[in-house]
Design a protein around this ligand. Structure first.
Ligand code: NAD
Length: 340
C-alpha cells in the first residue's frame, strides 16, 4: 500500500484533478474541503462524486481555518504527505472580500503549518501563485527574482504563505515545497476564471469583458501538466542548500531550511486577443467584445521561467493551448449539455 496523501481543496479544480491522478496511481487520498459557495457548489459536489467512486478516497468537510477540525483529521490519519490547495482564489474578488483571504489563506495556512509541526510529515507541498510577481517587469518571471511588490491582497497572502512556510521549515525541519501556478485551465475548471466565463458568454451570445482593451498576456497552463509536476515533486522533498550554493543569492532555496519554491507554467504566454481568437475557433462562434480599462489588482503579463523545475524533475508543462482549449470546450459542452 502506498503512503496516504492528504489533499486540501480536493473538491476544487486542481485538487480534484490531482486527487483523481493520485488515486489512479494507487495512493490512498484523504480529501479535505469546506465546499464554500465562492462559485457553484454543484460543480464541487460533481467533482467530489467522481472521487468518491474510488475505494481509497476518504472525504472530510473541514474548514482549514478551523484548527480543531483540521487537527482532528491529522490525528486520525497522520498523513506523511500533505498537499495544500485549499485557498480563497481569485484576484478580483480580494478587492470586495478581503477577509475571506485572511481566513483561508493566512489563518488556514497557519493551521496547516501547525498541524505539520505537531504531526510531522515527510513532505508538505502547497499552492502559491504567479501573482506573487506583482509589479515585476523582468520576464520571464524567475523564482530567483525578488517578489516584494504584490498588487492584490490575494498575491500578498500567497507571498505571506511562502514566508510562513520557510519559517516553519526552518524551525521544525519540515520539508516544504511551494508551487507558483500560472493561470491553470482545463475541464472541470473554475467558473470565475476568464476562459470559463468567455466560453459561457460566447456560447450564449453575450458580450465578454476584455480588460486593458485586450492588451495582456497569460502563461496559460493545462491542468494535467500542473498535476504531472506536482506528482513528480512528491518524492523530491527539498533539502537545505549547502556548500557553494550558500554564496549564490538564490531566493528559491535556503541554507536555513529544507525549503524550495518552483514556477509551474507553460513558458509560452499567449496574448489575450489571440487567446480569444483561438477560443472562437474552438467554439465555432464569434465573440462580442466589451473592451474595458485595466482592473486594479491585475497584472499585465505572466510568463514562467521553468528551468528549475525541468532540472529537478525532468518535466515541464507543454500542452499546446489549442489542444487544451479543445478539451475544455468539449467538457463544457458535455457538462452543461450545450448542443452543437
Ligand atoms: N487555477 C489557477 O489558475 C491558480 C493559479 C495560481 C494559484 N492557484 C492556487 O491553486 C490552488 C487551487 O486552486 P483552484 O483553481 O483549484 O481553486 P478552487 O477554488 O477550485 O479550489 C480551492 C478549493 O478549496 C476549497 N477551500 C477554500 N477555502 C477553504 C478552507 N478555508 N477550508 C477548506 N477548503 C477550502 C474550496 O471550496 C475549493 O474547492 C489555490 O490555492 C489557488 O490559489 C490556482
Amino acid at each position: 500500500m502506498k503512503r496516504h496523501i492528504l489533499v486540501t481543496g480536493a473538491a476544487g479544480f486542481i485538487g480534484y484533478h490531482l486527487s483523481n491522478r493520485l488515486l489512479d496511481n494507487g495512493y490512498p487520498v484523504i480529501g479535505i474541503d469546506n465546499l464554500n459557495d465562492y462559485y457553484d457548489v454543484q460543480l464541487k459536489a460533481a467533482r467530489l462524486n467522481r472521487l468518491k467512486k474510488y475505494k481509497h478516497f476518504s472525504f472530510l468537510q473541514v474548514d482549514i481555518a478551523d484548527h480543531k477540525g483540521l487537527f482532528a483529521a491529522f490525528e486520525k490519519w497522520n498523513p506523511p504527505i500533505v498537499i495544500n490547495l485549499a485557498a480563497q482564489a481569485g484576484v478580483r474578488y480580494s478587492i470586495e472580500n478581503p477577509y475571506s483571504y485572511v481566513d483561508s489563506n493566512l489563518k488556514g495556512f497557519a493551521n496547516i503549518l501547525e498541524a505539520c509541526r505537531h504531526y510531522p510529515v515527510e513532505h508538505l507541498l502547497y499552492a502559491s501563485s504567479s501573482s506573487v510577481y506583482g509589479a515585476n517587469r523582468k520576464l520571464p518571471f524567475s523564482t530567483n527574482d525578488p517578489v516584494d511588490h504584490p498588487v492584490s491582497l490575494y498575491a500578498a497572502t500567497k507571498k505571506a504563505n511562502e514566508l510562513m512556510a520557510h519559517t516553519y521549515s526552518h524551525l521544525y525541519h519540515i520539508p516544504v515545497t511551494g508551487l507558483r501556478f500560472f493561470t491553470v485551465y482545463g475541464p472541470w475548471g473554475r467558473p470565475d476564471m476568464a476562459y470559463f466565463t468567455f466560453t459561457k458568454n460566447i456560447l450564449e451570445g453575450n458580450k465578454i469583458k476584455v480588460f486593458n482593451h485586450g492588451d495582456m498576456k497569460r502563461d496559460f497552463t493545462y491542468v494535467d501538466d500542473i498535476v504531472e509536476g506536482i506528482v513528480r515533486l512528491i518524492d523530491h522533498p527539498p533539502v537545505k542548500a549547502t556548500g557553494s550554493q550558500q554564496d549564490t543569492p538564490n531566493l528559491n532555496r535556503s541554507e536555513h531550511a529544507p525549503y524550495r519554491v518552483y514556477n509551474i507554467g507553460n513558458n509560452k504566454p499567449v496574448h489575450l486577443l489571440d487567446f480569444i481568437k483561438k477560443l472562437e475557433l474552438t467554439i465555432g462562434k464569434k465573440a462580442i467584445l466589451e473592451l474595458l480599462p485595466m482592473q486594479s489588482g491585475d497584472m499585465k503579463e505572466t510568463y514562467a521561467d521553468i528551468s528549475d523545475l525541468q532540472e529537478k524533475i525532468g518535466f515541464s508543462p507543454h500542452t499546446p493551448i489549442d489542444e487544451g482549449l479543445e478539451k475544455f470546450v468539449e467538457w463544457y459542452k458535455n457538462y452543461y449539455r450545450v448542443s452543437g
